[in-house]
Design a protein around this ligand. Sequence first.
Ligand code: NAD
Length: 249
Amino acid sequence: MRRFEDKIALVTGAASGIGRATAERLAKEGAALLLCDVQEEGLAATAKQCEELGAKVATALCDVSKPDAVRAAVAACIQEHGALDVLVNVAGILSLERTEEVHLETWERILSVNLTGTFLMCQAALPYLLERGGNIVNLSSTSALGGMAYGAAYGASKGGVLALTRTLAVEYAKRGVRANAICPGSIKTPMTTRSGLPEDPDWKLLQRAMPLDEPRGPETVASVIAMIASEDGAHINGESIRVDGGTLS
Ligand SMILES: NC(=O)c1ccc[n+]([C@@H]2O[C@H](COP(=O)([O-])OP(=O)(O)OC[C@H]3O[C@@H](n4cnc5c(N)ncnc54)[C@H](O)[C@@H]3O)[C@@H](O)[C@H]2O)c1
């Protein structure tokens, strides 16, 4: 399948996990790419891998919570590739703590990367997406749909991403731009393997977030992102798709 031939995609969070798997999937399917992240080394490794898959690739070191950096990344995409068809907002951070112990700084940083960063990217990309009838895929989470213990800021940020996505879908549908969200459950990536837990956590509560089948990797999410961002998803707008192995079924 080469559903992204002649298409240009911007992927944030591309240095690792779901962002890297998405970049590779889109590269395999013919997309030219602008890849963003704050991790220089990981970003270069993803770019190299995508080039080996035949894609034209440019990168931008970009903290998505910073408006100037976001505008510069979108400008770099236009300068390198001349247009933008697909924006995939994957960059995100997680911190797991008991709610009574969350510092305001942590709350604000999580909201600013996961929610404000997604908003800033959408805002900067929209003029170009409107020119080409493009679309946006935002990474939300099952924590936006069902309570996730110890993830107050994270869940709130991902709930905001869902609301933002539906707003964009309604506001821009008539002008030819779609926006959808993906809600992964627990996926094996560096985020989930490194995230610490509060002391003496309630394992029954943590078990609620586990897939019913078996742990899966980021490719499981990338394939759904590729479907919804392609012409195969042309009539899907404002939707959120769970990729959680039945966790919330
Ligand atoms: N892994 C899961 O189980 C899971 C579940 C639900 C949702 N998600 C969401 O999927 C997305 C990707 O998660 P992942 O599991 O691949 O995690 P990951 O940690 O492997 O990748 C996240 C990437 O985002 C980048 N990033 C962090 N802050 C950034 C910033 N300010 N600006 C630009 N880039 C930044 C990181 O450097 C990293 O490369 C996140 O939005 C996450 O919330 C993941």
